[in-house]
Ligand binder design. Sequence first.
Ligand code: UDP
Length: 310
Amino acid sequence: MRILITGGSGFIGSHLAHRLLAEGNEVWVLDNLFSGALRNIEDLLGNERFTFLHQDVMDPFDVEVDQIYHLACPASPIYYQKDPVKTVRTSVEGAINVLDLARKTGARVLLTSTSEIYGDPEIHPQPESYRGNVSTIGPRACYDEGKRVSETLFFDYHRQYGVDIRVVRIFNTYGPRMAMNDGRVVSNFVVAALQGRDVEVYGDGSQTRSFCFVDDTAEALIRMMNQESFLGPVNIGNPDERTVKDLAEKAISLTGADVKIVYRELPQDDPVRRKPDISLAKEKLQWQPTITIDEGLTKTIAYFRETLGL
Ligand code: UDP
């Protein structure tokens, strides 16, 4: 198949690109390298079934493909808050561009939405039917509301124009090729510990997240794309809920670092609890995560050790 991945040089996109190429597909990656990195796909550049398009998803493009994975959007608070207006525009105009391309070519198009659309959730764990508790005006709104309207556009293009859509909501994901400097908790903790710096927990560390290893996430996206009947939205994440403090302790013990936990101010609108209800993914995709936090963190630590030249 001919497959386009927007945002394909980012963390999750690059894993998809590697897998889909290894499975024998032709792969196009479109990325403006704002938060993605060329080194994530460098080893693919010489492959004759691989093409890299260095451009912004907001600018028009035209590729004859069978499937589109639409990931392009800065996804970590540090990046999506750098230029919040652009984050909103990327969500809206980027979605319209890929949907117009899908409409024209007949390609199936999958949106990677996010658990952020649930905001600071009032029900726990979060099922897909939960409509969320999102601030429209806070610092996270550019991303949260941007992704909410991306979902709206996907379903409207489906109803209005018959575009063949799939929508997934990705919860916290981690693993090799995470950006080192994007402020994500797993990369922050692991890199700090490996460099012998204290691990900074925001707030008292009692807030929770549920961390899914990227290989499990990529498998879920591919399954969602390749089944015929279910459009989503579907939660993709690991229901193994952890406090941030617990994660900090794990990062320290698995790296064997001689560092301590220090506490910093909690950012505004930081969700208190987050855990996916993945019943629908289990039922519709026969999918659930297989990689434990200890296995996944060990692989992630090995990646950062190598990247840091340690
Ligand atoms: N966090 C932290 N220390 C860090 C980075 C993040 O304690 O160095 C906390 C952050 O406040 C949040 C959680 O870890 O409660 C997850 O943060 P991340 O930015 O990775 O993801 P998100 O908040 O989007 O789920």
